[in-house]
Design a protein around this ligand. Structure first.
Ligand SMILES: C[S@@+](CC[C@H](N)C(=O)[O-])C[C@H]1O[C@@H](n2cnc3c(N)ncnc32)[C@H](O)[C@@H]1O
Length: 237
């Protein structure tokens, strides 16, 4: 039915069914993924936003509803940034990702908010304008966290159709998060919050890295969505 509806506006239904049968994610075939009540544009080469990440969104809104400066690092197609832009109508938003395919989609998904949302390209914090140092009130990151050895066990839709860079968290799955933790204090405003998606198994280690960086850090979980998020807070000045 979704293919049927999408085929009316895009390529022929036969072509779409063929791509789907060949194993392409449904979202790539139809060109969008549902996230936080929005339709996020996605396509070949782009990480498909997961419903589990809506838990991170909900937690970010719990602790950061007053945030004026919001950063989504490792933004992919920008689902978190776009959903936060809708819900925080006065916030200035910055998304950043290292992969130009992701940032192209993120720009598209944030186009409606062009007056207050900017997408940057580069490696983690290097992508951000220096003027944000010490000013970020809410930082969200769904960075890659799959241990390299587990990549082979992922469903083929992910393995064959999403960039390895969007999944590979290094030997222990924590390589990107470790670098996030190393730089975080420099970028968060006093009292600023950071939220990072992780797995239930990795959560204590992720929490430990942000606590080690000097933040108050705790884990929140949603069993139903198999979602784990580390929430951390920089002390107020
Ligand atoms: C798991 S995907 C999540 C994408 C998006 N946040 C979401 O929830 O749909 C991880 C993203 O991190 C990006 N990434 C990986 N390494 C990065 C790095 N060193 N600096 C910035 N982005 C990176 C990938 O390109 C990918 O878009």
């Amino acid at each position: 039915m979704i293919l049927d509806a999408a085929a009316r506006t895009a390529e022929s239904e036969d072509g779409m069914v063929e791509r789907r049968c060949a194993g392409e994610p449904l979202e790539h075939v139809v060109g969008w993924a549902a996230f936080g009540g929005l339709r996020i544009a996605v396509g070949p080469g782009v990480f498909v936003p997961r419903r589990r990440t809506e838990f991170l969104l909900e937690q970010a809104l719990r602790v950061g509803r007053d945030a004026g400066v919001v950063v989504d690092l490792c933004c992919g197609a920008g689902p978190l940034a776009a959903a936060l832009a809708v819900r925080l109508p006065r916030a200035e938003l910055h998304g950043a990702d290292i992969d130009p395919v992701q940032t192209a989609y993120a720009r598209r998904n944030l186009a409606l908010f062009a007056d207050r949302a900017t997408v940057h390209e580069g490696d983690l914090y290097d992508a951000l304008p220096a003027v944000l140092r010490g000013r970020v009130e809410l930082l969200v990151a769904n960075a890659p966290y799959v241990p390299r050895a587990a990549l082979a066990t992922l469903p083929t839709e992910a393995r064959d159709h999403e960039p390895v860079l969007s999944l590979d968290g290094g030997a222990d799955g924590l390589a990107v998060q470790r670098r996030l933790a190393e730089g975080v204090v420099e970028w968060l405003a006093p009292g600023g919050r950071l939220l990072v998606e992780t797995s239930a198994r990795q959560a204590p280690l992720t929490r430990g890295m942000f606590a080690g960086a000097g933040l108050d850090a705790w884990v929140v979980e949603c069993e139903e969505r198999e979602a784990s998020v580390v929430v951390a807070r920089r002390a107020a000045a």
